[in-house]
Design a protein around this ligand. Sequence first.
Ligand code: PEP
Ligand code: MN
Length: 293
Amino acid sequence: METNPSDKPVKGKSPIQSKVSRYTKPDDTLVNVSGIQIGGSDIVIIAGPCAVESREQLFSTSRSVKAGGAAILRGGAFKPRSSPYNFQGMGEEGLKLLSEIRKETGLPIVTEVMDTRQVELVASYADMLQIGSRNMQNYPLLKEVGMSKKPVLLKRGMMATVEEFLMAAEYILSQGNGQIVLCERGIRTFETSTRNTLDLSAVPMLKRLTHLPVIIDPSHGTGLRWMVPPMAKASIAVGADGLIMEVHYKPEEALCDGFQSLSLDEFDLLMADMKKIAKAIGREIAVPKHATV
Ligand code: PEP
Ligand code: MN
């Protein structure tokens, strides 16, 4: 294989010490989220609202994304908001609603944990713990989820280099939890026409440097509903193992991130297109599990 500066092991670690590195583990890691595998040949679609806002909002959105083919449900109960006066999420009430709709739909749940003191509580409801961008370098939190037995969705910090991103994953791995999915969600650049600059080149780069699965969040990556479908399709073409997208039954009434949330119909249309792109590159979209009632 040709050598290139980016083929070097993660700085400060020999290849042997860096657990995230492909030098240490050449074969792809499969992350098992309550029966849904991320990192294999199937592309996993995670969809749902930015935040859990009410029973009606969560349930109608979840039923619809399940029917459309999403395999995992997203929804924040604890929300990291830029202003302390904005809706902060429903807290444990939101977690209860998520577990109720999981029972009905069979969809595993990924939800954010923002604080070391919440890990136990969130892990008692969730199938996968999300570490948000703003917490990618919250080392005590990374260590805490590293000690939990739940898979982790680690989002790239908005100012983080690929190397810093990998080191954040290393923190989790160093505590014994290797079930980590990396999520590129856009980085901050001089460009202001989009909310963030979605760094699709991070996908092949990360896939080369690490054995961990890589997914894309085109919702936060662009901040624009109409731009989510083209970037979602590009994500599949560039080799992502999955996508996480915000979908809302009434995007114009959303308490959080309505501008970037797909409507139910838009999500369905996009799913149909994504299936075609997956097929063109010899992959398939993972099929959701049935509910076990
Ligand atoms: C989210 O997924 O709702 C979220 C807050 O994302 P990020 O941490 O990427 O901003
Ligand atoms: Mn959001």
